[in-house]
Design a protein around this ligand. Structure first.
Ligand SMILES: C=C(O[C@@H]1C=C(C(=O)O)C=C[C@H]1O)C(=O)O
Length: 169
């Protein structure tokens, strides 16, 4: 469950917290008619994480690659929810049309994820990373009560965390 901090669960809980806000983003965009994709906002997120990485002596290219996955995973959830809400008899939850507050909340998880990447720097380049990430992802998904859409997106969001080489030379 969130709060049981071992291995990479601090990281996967922060990733899941950001991802869970895609539900509010989707409901807000549905209410306003806004597009799911917002390339200008994505650039702001990627530029922000580069600066956060530099301030923590992390590789900005690595952190940006992790966040390209966060953005794609968020859009996976948003597209999945839109598809659900288009089905007969389904409705979107009521929402405001202002993305400001949910983006403020997303920004807080963005900082938390970069902090956790810093805390995990010793494991992400090792062969312990892939199995620990699988275990942490499963534990986090269960703790958050994620459905299959969110579980799939959580796995997508973690796909660049481990940088260990699997080659033999
Ligand atoms: C989450 C949003 O939707 C998309 C995903 C983004 C993200 O994960 O930061 C940013 C812009 C959008 O393409 C949003 O618009 O805030």
């Amino acid at each position: 469950a969130p709060g049981t901090q071992t291995g990479l669960t601090g990281l996967t809980d922060a990733i899941a917290g950001r991802l869970a806000l895609a539900d509010t983003v989707a409901a807000t965009k549905w209410a306003s008619g806004a597009a799911i994709d917002d390339p200008a906002r994505e650039q702001v997120v990627l530029d922000t994480v580069s600066q956060l990485a530099l301030a923590r002596d992390l590789d900005p290219a690595y952190v940006r690659s992790v966040f390209r996955d966060q953005i794609e995973a968020s859009k996976t959830v948003q597209r999945g929810l839109f598809a659900r809400w288009r089905l007969p008899g389904q409705t979107a939850p009521p929402a405001t049309t202002d993305l400001g507050p949910v983006r403020t909340a997303i920004n807080e998880f963005t900082v938390a994820i970069v902090d956790e990447l810093g805390a995990a720097r010793g494991v992400v380049t090792t062969l312990r990373c892939p199995p620990e990430l699988v275990a942490a992802t499963g534990s986090t998904a269960a703790g958050f009560g994620f459905d299959p859409l969110h579980i799939g997106a959580l796995a997508q969001a973690g796909s660049s965390v481990c940088t260990v080489s699997t080659g033999s030379d």
